[in-house]
Design a protein around this ligand. Structure first.
Ligand SMILES: [Mn+2]
Length: 407
């Protein structure tokens, strides 16, 4: 059986205030095409379907269109689990419409699918975190663990009245769930696991939201279900196999570059060939990168304008770093942004800052002057008039507040 594994779509995501929806539409089309061309029989989307808990309507529309196409009118089951960016209830709200199209949406660790028809196939068994699907005469067991926040994990574990249970760390508790779920794997079934977790030792990038400050919510690789033919993971945005593990456990990564730390390697989906009695084969299918993120380092504003001019027809997002000895004026920034609207940010790097400030000067300067200097010092960019007006308004209000306090 051929399975397509993908994750971390982050539909509706913005990068430095720029929408990525057009790119997401194209990459969804590509993934649908890959599934069709490879005659994939099952699709797994391992979480972070949306970028946040309140996705824009256009992102929802894109998801429904994509899942419908992946499900091929119910011919191909699609299993979707929630990631840490998804709101479980929001993600699964369309469940009553989804089954007909072969789509199973699972939001929480203790979510349960519905037994019965799923498109043209059948869910023969369904319990919390456990699905047995019959796809074209082959039975597939899928253990599902959508993103287990600490609270959701405890809810899934049920009775925690035992002190010993409470003292167990996160990794052990996730391991307990995997143990329980994988006890249902059989010799006559294909055994799969899908989860959205951070396995210790994984290579991270800047666009994943840290699961917990201090990295508390990590899982040891040896807690993954050892008897699974394949473990489909979501969370890390770089595609990778889980290290130090004999299990075929993979992160498919995100389909697009979602931060500048993701430059320098290709994005992919995995086509996984799973057979009951043969070793699982994992094939990486590289995705097109139609609009890469680049960092342009230039010496001086003239060179920055030049590089924008040279690249204005190219489909590319760019971070612009300008080495300069003076503060960037608003007119220069306007020129650059007009030339290349896909500039994500302009960062002036000033080699030497002359500090002529005499402490006595502060007394002479108005609040507006001081703020202006502070802003330039911090950003190396002249503030716009609108920005200064906004500051004046806020500063003015603060002043009034103080007066009323005195009365
Ligand atoms: Mn993610």
């Amino acid at each position: 059986m051929k399975i397509l594994h993908t994750s971390d779509w982050h539909l509706g995501k913005y990068l430095e205030n720029q929408s990525r929806l057009d790119e997401q539409k194209e990459i969804m089309e590509d993934i649908i095409q890959i599934a069709d061309e490879n005659q994939v029989e099952l699709v797994i989307v391992a979480g972070d379907v949306y970028d946040n808990s309140n996705p824009p309507a256009m992102a929802e529309r894109l998801l429904y269109r994509t899942l419908k196409a992946l499900g091929k009118n119910g011919e191909r089951p699609v299993v979707v689990i929630a990631g840490n960016h998804d709101n479980p209830e929001r993600l699964t709200a369309s469940t009553p419409l989804a089954y007909e199209h072969g789509v199973i949406l699972l939001g929480n660790p203790d979510s349960k699918a519905q037994k019965g028809r799923i498109g043209r196939h059948e869910i023969v068994e369904a319990e919390k975190g456990h699905i047995e699907l019959k796809i074209n005469d082959e039975n597939v067991i899928i253990s599902t663990l959508p993103y287990p926040s600490e609270q959701r994990l405890n809810e899934a574990l049920g009775d925690l009245s035992d002190d010993k249970e409470l003292q167990k760390n996160y990794s052990d508790r996730v391991g307990d769930i995997f143990d329980r779920l994988s006890s249902k794997y059989r010799e006559d079934t294909i055994n799969i696991c899908a989860s959205h977790i951070f396995v210790l030792g994984g290579e991270t990038s800047d666009s994943e939201r840290v699961l917990k400050v201090g990295g508390g919510l990590t899982v040891d690789g040896n807690k993954l279900p050892a008897r699974a033919h394949y473990v489909a993971l979501g969370h890390l945005h770089k595609p990778q196999r889980v290290k130090n593990s004999n299990i075929k456990a993979y992160y498919s990564g995100s389909p697009l570059q979602y931060s500048r730390s993701e430059i320098g390697y290709s994005k992919c989906v995995y086509i996984v060939q799973v057979n009951r009695n043969k070793e699982t084969k994992v094939e990486e299918v590289l995705l097109k990168n139609r609009k890469p993120i680049e960092v342009w380092k230039c010496k001086g504003v003239e060179e920055a304008v030049e590089i924008c001019e040279k690249n204005k027809e190219r489909s590319v997002w760019a971070y612009l770093e300008i080495e300069t000895d003076k503060v960037l004026g608003q007119s220069e920034i306007k020129t650059i942004k007009k030339l290349k609207p896909d500039i994500l940010s302009i960062v002036p790097i000033i080699k030497e800052i002359e500090n002529e400030d005499d402490p006595e000067d502060f007394k002479e300067k108005s609040m507006m002057e001081l703020f202006r200097e502070f802003y330039i010092n911090k950003t190396k960019i002249e503030p716009t008039d609108e920005f200064m007006e906004l500051f004046a308004e806020i500063a003015g209000e603060e002043g009034e507040d103080d007066e009323t306090k005195n009365t």
